[in-house]
Design a protein around this ligand. Sequence first.
Ligand code: EPS
Length: 396
Amino acid sequence: MLRFTTAGESHGPALVSILEGMPAGVPLLAADVDTDLARRQQGYGRGRRMQIETDHIEWLSGVRAGETLGSPVAMLIRNSDWKNWIDIMDPAPRDGDADGPRKRHVTRVRPGHADLTGLLKYDRSDARDILERASARETTARVAAGAVCRVLLREVGIRVGSHLVHLGGVDAARPVALPDDLNAAADASPLRTLDADAEAVMMARIDAAKKEGNTLGGICEVVVTGLPVGLGSHVSWDRRLDGRLGQAMLSIPAVKGVEIGLGFETARRTGAEVHDEIEAAPGSTRTGHVRRRSNRAGGTEGGMTTGEPLVIRVAMKPISTLMRPLATVDTATGEHAVAVAERSDVTAVPAMGVIAEAMAAFVLADALLEKCGGDSMAEVRRNLEGYLARLDERVG
Ligand code: EPS
């Protein structure tokens, strides 16, 4: 129903995000998108690039007078750093022999980065041809598309939030009950964590890693509330919501693991310790007038939402650009070398949480439109209300 694509290199003139399939009549302001872009730029442990950029969108299409038109929503985000890279990123051909190799060309490929595999696959000699697109700068355009999806979800009472639960070997305690406005609470922390004690230890660890020229990974938890039962489907592999969420999360640069609910822990427990017992809950329309006594499933059963909060944990490896670089091979000479040490971040895990929210918002908006889609917001609303009315009717 929904699809989006992005274009743009990290140090090119701009990024573009095109989202197709939004119904007409969704109220949409640039501020709805810019707020999420600013949230993605936060986080202790980021490098100097985030001081150069203040991301905001320019509408190219799909929005008029504060509402979507049903046509593709295209957004432009300019790279302020572009002015420093015009010569290096110039699309015009050059006379290689006369001009010599371009400045900032990269052959000392970084272990863990797309540099080497991309260079071999695409038959390039300068890894900049790969790393410019592999850069996590691209996630800005994803967050823009996700922010539009978030507005659609918000219109029907679905809220997407996240918080950081682990950084560089330090766990944050998860409160038994999450704050009602999860993002307001998480965004108040420089690491987007709800555990102030753990936050202090994590920040000290980031400082130490920075001194060592090292980098740190971590885990964020995305929580979605207000979902109706039955988004996604059990009938075919590619319609199962768990699989769609997994694909979306694992496509985020540096993400290596995803869990829904208890995730890997379910494999270690017995059935009685894993499955959520069900009881009647008259009046709880979105869960079908029942509730789970626990939510170890994390909000899905059979590849469909249960109506309980959707809980997804996303694990990010440490960034592969180290200021004290690892051993590698110089692809120009075949000799041993140390990897290139480009300017980078010590950690971007807090930002990854915001990106994971965007990817979740996209998958869930798509699944919502599959179940209750329409060409206008009014039609989506009517279809959802019809479905919810049927859930009420079933209990009489
Ligand atoms: C990145 C390297 C750094 C990060 C960048 C991702 O950029 P630069 O090479 O310009 O210093 O700041 O992230 C962003 C620009 C962003 O917007 O998140 C990388 O190599 O992936």
